[in-house]
Design a protein around this ligand. Structure first.
Ligand code: AMP
Ligand code: MG
Length: 449
């Protein structure tokens, strides 16, 4: 396991006071390791989980040549250009009930979608193109070529072929694919356990009476939402007072119970609170000013197993003292120390924490697919930092997409985050944006998810 100093030494242009956003991803990629424990789960519990095995198809899908249409199956060598074809209907093949007789020239079999193709037949004429004349069916001239409307056995997957790779995060289509192979369960990495808490003396828990200078804790709720979408197991440690004992207890119990710890608040340089000090004391943590907006201050590393802290007796919170006195052996977890500002929390999560957590979950995270839309307005932007602006993408009647920055872009303003449907990503090198320039947008919702 590399220390944060060793990782920093490996990175080109590592300047903790002006760290480019891509260097943060490179750092975190080296910091985290995937979980090792594997479990077998039934398919209905596997959505969003990460495959721990390659899945090789035990059967061919579909298992037989079959019809793609409701219609009449026949031997396509009888088709003659320019001439219609008259065939006698001698039987019916249903899905799940194959027709087993033999078929001579001039004959056909009525067939349903999915029914096994009768022996020797390779072509299906869809019912809507035919005319029935007594027990005979008329196929118009030049409508079909031999082989039309027949699906081959194994055209989806051949027995013995790899169907899904280890590291694949199972979405709805993958669940269906596994089921189509007849497999009822899959081996996946165990769920990632993530503990989170908010820090700051001005932060109120829901249910507390408002008081001057205090704000309600929103970060735990956005982090909860983001982690739920990732399928993590969560340990919610609430709001932790700016008190060394409370913070030590929170960090240690978080590290003991989880693989990763996410905090918000207390990591900016000017902070007069104990959060940074405790992170330094209990872990190996790097503190950054990232060249981005929002989300400039951030800390990351490992935390939990550092030297025990000598606290002043007297004002110690009782539950924290009980926890610390239990004398459990300290353990380490990966720490993501996010800024306090609510939008910065979400942006840093999406840009940095999410890919790192996916890696810990055993997946190989791909950069998000960005949508391209033309800018409806000029945007101010200085080269030398990455900016994420809340954007509203509009789809026009001709199918084209345009985007504008929406609402107040302050890093604490969540209402504009709700109004937006994505984040406009302005790269490190990008300068000012003119009307009509193409922009990249990270959309909040995908079609399947
Ligand atoms: P900090 O990073 O601790 O300097 O906090 C920056 C700003 O974010 C301050 O205005 C805090 O009041 C606010 N803030 C910090 N934590 C939270 C939270 N959990 N919920 C809402 N606002 C917060
Ligand atoms: Mg603070």
């Amino acid at each position: 396991m590399k220390s944060t100093a060793e990782i920093a030494a490996q990175l080109d242009g590592y300047d903790p006071q002006a760290l480019p956003a891509h260097a943060v991803n490179a750092f975190l990629e080296r910091l985290v390791e995937p979980v090792t424990e594997v479990e077998r789960v039934p398919l209905f519990e596997a959505l969003g989980r990460v495959l721990a095995e390659d899945i090789v198809s035990p059967i061919s899908v579909p298992p037989h040549d079959n019809s793609a249409m409701d219609g009449f199956a026949f031997d396509g060598t009888q088709l003659v250009p320019g001439l219609p074809l008259m065939l006698k209907v001698i039987g019916t093949a249903l899905a799940g009930a194959a027709w087993r007789g033999s078929v001579q020239a001039g004959e056909c079999v009525k067939i349903m979608t999915g029914a096994v193709m009768p022996a020797g037949l390779d072509t299906v004429v869809p019912q809507e193109f035919t005319q029935l004349e007594g027990d005979r069916v008329r196929i118009p001239a030049d409508l079909l070529r031999p082989g039309d409307n027949r699906r081959f056995a194994g055209e989806d997957l051949m027995a013995g072929q790899p169907a899904l790779r280890r590291g694949e995060r199972l979405g709805p289509a993958a669940l269906g694919l596994v089921a189509s192979l007849g497999l009822a369960d899959v081996a996946v990495w165990r769920r990632l356990r993530v503990a989170y808490f908010s820090t700051g003396d001005e932060i109120l828990s829901l249910g507390e009476a408002p008081r001057e200078g205090a704000v309600y804790d929103s970060n735990r709720y956005t982090v909860f939402g983001l982690l739920t979408r990732l399928g993590c197991q969560m340990v919610d440690l609430g709001v932790v007072r700016d008190d060394p004992v409370a913070l030590e207890a929170a960090f240690r119990s978080a590290a003991e119970r989880a693989d990763a710890v996410i905090t918000s608040g207390g990591v900016s340089v000017g902070e007069a609170d104990h959060t940074r000090a405790m992170m330094k004391q209990l872990g190996d943590v790097a503190f950054w000013r990232i060249a981005m907006r929002p989300g400039r201050p951030m800390a990351a590393g490992r935390i939990g197993a550092g030297e025990l802290v000598q606290h002043d007796a007297g004002t110690l919170p009782e539950s924290a003292v009980r926890y610390l006195q239990a004398g459990k052996p300290p353990t380490n977890a990966v720490l993501f120390g996010l800024p306090g500002n609510p939008v910065a929390v979400m942006v840093n999560f999406l840009a940095f924490v999410r890919p790192a957590l996916l890696r810990m979950m055993g997946a190989d995270p791909q950069p998000p697919l960005l949508l391209r839309a033309t800018s409806e307005e000029a945007l101010r932007k200085k080269p030398g930092r990455t900016e994420y602006q809340r954007g509203l993408v509009t789809r026009h009647v001709d199918g084209s997409l345009s985007v504008r920055a929406i609402g107040n872009q302050g890093s604490g303003v969540l209402s504009s985050m709700v109004q937006a449907n994505g984040l406009i990503v302005l790269d490190h090198e990008q300068g000012p944006v003119a009307i009509g320039d193409p922009l990249s947008v990270m959309m909040f919702e995908g079609a399947v998810g």
